[in-house]
Design a protein around this ligand. Sequence first.
Ligand code: SF4
Length: 475
Amino acid sequence: MTLALLQFNILPSFEVEFPIRSITKVPCFVWTNTSWMHSNKKTLPVLCLPFRGTRGMTERLLQFIWQFQYFNKSELTTTSGEAVQIIFPGQHNTNQGPDFSEAKIRIADTTWAGHVELHFRTSDWEKHNHHRDENYRNVILHVVWENDVSNENSIPVLQLKERVSKILLERYEDLMNATGFIPCDKTIPTVRDIIWKSWKERLLAERLIRKAKVVEDYLQQSNYHWEEAFWWLIARNFGMKVNADAFEQVAKSIPLVTLAKHKNQIHQLEALLLGQAGLLHGRFEEDYPRMLWKEYKFYKNKYKLPPPSYRLFFLRMRPGNFPTLRLAQLAMLVLESSHLFSKIKEATSAHEISKWFDITANDYWHYHYRFDETSAFKKKKIGAAMIQNIIINTIAPMLFAYGHLHHEEKYKRRSLQWLEETSPEVNAITKRFSHLEIESKSAFDSQALIELRNEYCSGKRCLECAVGVAILKNK
Ligand code: SF4
């Protein structure tokens, strides 16, 4: 991986073909009484229905064909017989207005510069009221799949129906009709490594930029206090999926500056965290939880902490993930590290970070997963899988967000490096890709594949996907 080449403000070479603005829109097909209709002006929920009848042609596919010029260009003429030479097809426009802007087309003896609009049929021009719309005044070429009217407007018309390869249309139709884990599951193993390489970089960039927006929300809530926001997100991560919200609320209920006053007292830290989580209420047999409860009552009054109001779950959870234990580990993390985010920013490897998280809960927990319930001796270390989870879900995204928001590439590169140094997740998505011979060597790969499946394959965004382009081009 040549991370030095990865510039996220100016996306990789692939961006020449896939401008970032084009990926913010989900192509949308809506079922009408009689036909498929494509909405290219706004993002709507994707409805994937079987795709039949018109050899798979939609306006979105037509735009794709025009964008990449996948049609026979020999002896091109307008419907009125004038010679056409495409000097530049234009920039794909996903906002209001014509589909392509800044195109340069030679028609007969004149070179024109302006917009290109695409439609399934020529008559769609009027149906879409473009003849009354100022935005379409500078359209120099109307590209249609099928010319169904003559002289619909004075703009030259280019019909593509007989110029597009049948194989491309069949492949696209196959993708749109497929119902497997991903629509291209039969052809994806044939896609070359070089295509995967830049595509995974792009997918990961999109994923991390999206997560950076979430980090920014937390920063706003903390008045741009990076350590505080980091603390909330780490606590959230410790809560795992089930207790994430509750752990975040616990962390938010105790200011970091308050916790820092108890930095050397593990019992007080546990009392604060477990108490604010509502886990110290009740009648206990053992001395330890009773002692924590006393401590908690004192500090709760002293700091005027809000009463706990979150529900924590133990059901169907491995004992190692019980919230009691995770909060005890979190208390130990606070004890053993200070200014953790500042340290993480300067870390040189994922291994170095792993060592900071290689901590064990207080002695009481060697024999417990919950209060008053003794179990066989086992030191309650955080564990390699949890550390991997924290690096993937909190540390790398947080550092990337830091680089993104401060325009410092070195932090972005570092976060990607750490993902490359971290083992891949093994989950339902990565397992299914593995069956298709798409392996994940690191968290960099697995995160990219998760993004691909969730953000592209599920919505059948194959025309915006490098794999889809390669399949349609048979590369
Ligand atoms: S989005 Fe890409 S990877 Fe997913 S099914 Fe379509 S072509 Fe395949």
